[in-house]
Design a protein around this ligand. Structure first.
Ligand code: R5P
Length: 285
């Protein structure tokens, strides 16, 4: 078995390689003069683990190329971050179900797929091969523990994230609650006041994705007004679009941390252990 990765998942791929004791195959990435992408994998074996976060359209194309390059082996696709997953249904007539389009395209040439904390597990059904979701809520809980906060309160920014927040809070037996969010536009949300007694509490807001940071920045402002002693933010996928990191820090969030499913400077939490465990325990092996 060999592990290959696309360009934006190299660090996580190397960590998974260490956890599994499976060698990495070097992959080189270039472009043709017209901008089209090219890659070349080193020696592969009869089984390949392809690690690729779909963080943008280029990574989607690189993933398709990597799967094709490994066409002589049995392939497992690990999608730490599945871009387009939030367009998981047709909200208005004429739209694509983008998550379905991406899942279908990626299903060709692989035997199974793994995703990490996918926005909605219903997306798994769009794959044409067995697909599983892996949660790194325990790893996020480990990070919260490392903060050494006094009696922290773990908050989900909306009801949809309450299960994830509960799994994070379970690590330390911390209090857990959620806020109610109404989305006003692509970048703006309103957090309706809810009966959460945050006065004097050290709060950690957790979510699957921080994209523009609008959700958490709004929550942080409200929590500050309610007298929270400190506010931290932790998420799985740190997309950090549109200046989200500075937006959150400016909103009074003391620390903003994400995982290596979306590699960037805030990726202090690793999904490698959870991914390696899921692959090892999968009946396929
Ligand atoms: C939405 O339901 C997700 O769980 C996140 O809350 C959302 O994607 C975050 O987006 P943003 O950072 O742009 O508010």
């Amino acid at each position: 078995m060999r592990i290959i990765s696309t360009e934006r998942s190299q660090v996580l791929a190397a960590r998974i390689s260490e956890k599994l004791g499976v060698p990495l195959a070097e992959t080189k990435f270039t472009r043709f003069p017209d901008g089209e992408m090219y890659l070349r994998c080193g020696d592969l074996d009869d089984e390949t683990l392809i690690v690729s976060s779909i963080v943008n359209n280029d990574m989607l194309v690189q993933t398709l190329l990597a799967i094709d390059a490994a066409d002589r082996s049995r392939n497992t696709l690990v999608l730490p971050y599945l871009g387009y997953a939030r367009q998981d249904r047709r909200f208005v007539p004429g739209e694509p179900i983008s998550a379905r389009a991406v899942a279908r395209a990626l299903s060709s040439g692989i035997e199974r797929a793994f995703v990490v904390d996918v926005h909605d597990p219903g997306v798994l059904d769009y794959f044409g091969v067995p697909a599983k979701d892996i949660t790194i809520a325990p790893a996020i809980g480990g990070y919260v523990g490392d903060l050494n906060l006094k009696n922290p309160l773990v908050l989900a920014p909306d009801e949809g994230a309450i299960e994830f927040a509960a799994d994070v809070a379970a690590v330390g037996g911390w209090d857990c609650d959620f806020l109610q969010k109404t989305r006003l536009s692509g970048e703006e949300v309103r957090i309706a006041p809810k009966t959460v007694d945050v006065a004097g509490r050290e709060v950690v807001i957790v979510d699957d994705i921080i994209s523009t940071g609008g959700t958490l920045a709004t929550a942080a402002c409200m929590l500050r007004e309610q007298g929270a002693a400190s506010i931290h933010a932790a998420c799985v996928h740190g997309v950090l679009a549109s200046g989200a990191y500075t937006r959150l820090r400016a909103a009074g969030v003391s620390s903003v941390v994400s995982s290596d499913t979306y590699e960037n400077a805030s990726s202090f939490i690793s999904a490698a252990n959870a991914i390696a465990t899921a692959i090892t325990e999968d009946v396929h092996c």
